[in-house]
Design a protein around this ligand. Structure first.
Ligand code: CUA
Length: 377
């Protein structure tokens, strides 16, 4: 009787603790963690997730059996004050064989889907896959669509339901391209191409992240993937191809494989789109002032405004459609007017150490530059 009350008292403590734990876990909603790899949205991501699930269930089974046997033994065979010395056992061949064989079999059961997954994720992409070149820069991402001749930065458009083939490399240090909802991490090296693929089965805007330490702003070297329907994707490509004047004469485009050294190779400047309602609105004096500032403040040394046949090897992100991107500063700031102006004015305060220096832009000038860039959609 006395023992039972003691156990009940102990349980009375355990119950509130379990309730608190349950409450804490209830806070783990998917909305708060958009960058989760546990909710796959592509065939590739599902391969890894399946292996993880299987491993988890094996581990859960082992945990329940081992902890169950442990707890049972603790209570069933616990010592009492007058117990004699228990029998002393040293070695038991049968038990040792059993506890060597069982883990070996469990590991084999995990190894089969793991190795299968490695082969599946390394397979060739279908011929109709959409090629996208991913180029890592300190600290932003360049995305090129070689078949369409289109370049953009930090926000990658992909068509839902079609395999994309990522061909990646870096212009400076080692980065790692990680779109958690769609695929695993892939290291990005200078002078060596790595591949990745996936077929998205959802539309929406999803975050991604550099996953290899690459310098002071590594943690804010993010990007977004905008997965859209195939028709919307075609529209976007057509829109990008129609941006501004046609491809410039050859001298502006630096030869392939250029390094950062050629960064100031002529960034041709394009006007805003002429064929949309938004751009058809007359551009105010702010726009004209912003255009002038963009030419004279040094912006052109690092940024291109060309979506088509953009020069390679520039230090800063391509700005051809910066006005329509969801985020600026490599996924760090929402693309609001206020943020864009502040980013132009004092980049070193927003992201210390980035390669864009504070150029002494006044509040008024930043407003004009924002108006000019906002028109580049
Ligand atoms: Cu790029 Cu970390």
């Amino acid at each position: 009787m006395h023992l039972r009350t003691a156990a009940a008292r102990r349980f009375a403590w355990a119950l509130p603790s379990l309730c608190v734990l349950a409450l804490a876990l209830a806070g783990c909603s998917r909305d708060q963690y958009p960058q989760t790899a546990l909710l796959p949205l592509s065939d590739f991501a599902r391969i890894g997730d399946d292996v993880q699930d299987q491993t988890f269930y094996w581990a859960l089974g082992v945990f329940i059996l081992v902890e169950g046997a442990l707890l049972y033994s603790i209570f069933r065979f616990r010592g009492r004050p007058d117990d004699p010395e228990p029998s002393q056992i040293h070695g038991n061949t049968t038990i040792e064989i059993i506890w060597t064989l069982i883990p070996a079999l469990i590991l084999a059961a995990i190894a089969v889907p793991t190795v299968k997954g490695i082969f599946e994720t390394s397979r060739r992409t279908p011929p109709d896959a959409l090629k996208i070149e991913v180029i890592g820069h300190q600290w932003w991402w360049e995305f090129r669509y070689p078949d369409a001749g289109v370049t953009t930065a930090n926000e990658m458009y992909i068509p839902q339901g079609r395999t994309v083939e990522i061909l990646s490399n870096s212009v400076d240090v080692v980065h790692s391209f990680w779109p958690p909802r769609f695929a695993g991490k892939r290291d990005v090296f200078p002078g060596r191409e790595t591949r990745l693929w996936w077929k998205a089965d959802s539309t929406g805007l999803f975050p991604g992240q550099c996953a290899e330490y690459c310098g002071i702003q590594h943690a804010r070297m993010a990007f977004h993937i905008r997965s859209v329907t195939p028709a919307e994707f075609d529209d976007w490509i057509a829109h990008m191809q129609a941006l501004g004047p046609k491809a410039p004469a050859a001298p502006a485009a630096a030869p392939a494989g250029d390094s950062l050294k050629t960064a100031s190779a002529g960034a041709q400047v394009q006007g805003p789109r002429k064929d949309t309602a938004a751009a058809a609105a007359p551009q105010g004096p702010e726009y004209a002032q912003g255009e002038k500032l963009f030419m004279t403040k040094g912006c052109m040394g690092c940024h291109s405004l060309q979506a088509v046949k953009a020069p390679k090897g520039l230090i800063g992100p391509n700005l051809a459609n910066v006005g329509s991107r969801s985020y600026i500063a490599a996924g760090w700031l929402k693309n609001t007017d206020e943020n864009l102006e502040r980013w132009i004015r004092e980049p070193q305060a927003v992201k210390k150490g980035v390669l864009m220096p504070n150029l002494g832009v006044t509040v008024e000038e930043s407003r004009a530059l924002r108006a000019y860039l906002r028109a580049h959609q």
